[in-house]
Design a protein around this ligand. Structure first.
Ligand code: NDP
Length: 284
């Protein structure tokens, strides 16, 4: 039997628990505030940004909705980022990716103050994470760790295979897993005999971006399968990187798409914004 891991419910639970922390902060005169910068007209990005604003509003987190045009220049974006870095009332700064072609994403990420980097993507935060001294964590990997924890899946000593090595998901998740004492393999598009690699996994995480690529032939019986992929099918439906029907019955646990990892990502963004606001009070 395969247990579907309910990321939606856990994400909601996290958001409920944040409300109390937000109220405490407000009593001390601090309103946790997240600045979200959206550059251009990418439709998917607009949806993601809207979801973030909605989630924040329900928790009591204030958001700043900064929109820049598709033809905005790199310096213009960096100037906006720096204005929020310097604003003591802003606790978190998030630039929605991807950015239009004329802008170097790396330069923009570098410009975010590490202390306000709620997405944990600044090189300083990434470096700290790899040294097991994390101050901010990329939201999707953190959400995956919390989801595993909720289902009492202990990663210590387990063979974890991550397919995908992006800065957003694969790499930081590998660091989190190492820090949690898992034995970690990171696979990617150049990996030889991928099936043989993934079949070793007690816990298989797939973050590739190819609908249904992983079927039952890639997993060992009883494996925990975490599907990070969000792909839109020709019919406009959301689909993960794992072929759910194929692995059902063979995997012990599986995250559905939608309703698995996705909602956790937004909740982790909210959690980190609240944590940063709490830290600002302690630092005063
Ligand atoms: P990227 O495109 O940045 O990275 C994809 C990774 O998959 C790369 O490392 C690539 O290898 C690897 N890969 C591609 N094809 C294959 C293959 N055939 N075999 C093995 N490895 C392969 O994607 P992201 O990490 O940003 O996102 C991955 C997926 O997760 C997407 O569907 C995205 O929408 C989703 N996502 C979901 C989130 C959520 O909240 N649920 C958050 C972030 C992303 P190489 O490095 O060699 O090119």
């Amino acid at each position: 039997m395969t247990i579907l891991m309910n990321g939606r419910d856990l994400a909601q639970k996290v958001r409920e628990s944040l409300k109390e922390r937000v109220n405490k902060l407000k009593k001390r005169g601090v309103t946790p505030t997240l600045a979200v910068i959206l550059v251009g007209d990418d439709e998917a990005s607009k949806v993601y940004v809207r979801n973030k604003h909605r989630a924040a509003e329900k928790i009591g987190i204030k958001t700043i909705d900064k929109k820049l045009p598709q033809n905005a220049g790199q310096e213009e974006v960096i100037k906006v980022v720096k204005s929020y870095n310097n604003d003591p009332n802003v606790h978190g700064v998030l630039v929605q990716m991807p950015l239009p072609k004329q802008i170097d994403e790396k330069a923009v990420i570098d410009a975010i103050s590490p202390k306000k980097d709620v997405d944990g993507s600044h090189p300083e935060n990434m470096g700290r994470l790899f040294m097991n001294e994390a101050r901010a964590l990329p939201c999707t990997p953190r959400g995956i760790m919390e989801l595993l924890d909720e289902y009492d899946i202990d990663v210590r000593g387990q063979e974890v295979v991550i397919v995908g090595r992006s800065n957003l998901v694969g790499r930081p998740l590998a660091a989190l897993m190492i820090n949690a004492s898992a034995t970690v393999t990171v696979a990617h598009s150049v990996t030889h005999k991928l099936q043989e690699v993934t079949k070793k996994a007690d816990i298989l995480v797939v973050a590739v971006g190819q609908a249904g690529m992983i079927d039952e032939s890639y997993i060992k019986p009883g494996a925990v399968v975490i599907d990070v992929g969000i792909n839109r099918t020709a019919e406009g439906k959301l689909s993960g990187d794992v072929n759910e029907a194929s692995v059902m019955g063979k995997a012990s646990f599986l995250t559905p798409v939608p309703g698995g990892v996705g909602p956790m990502t937004v909740s982790m963004l909210m959690k980190q914004t609240v944590e940063f606001a709490e830290r600002s009070v302690v630092d005063d």
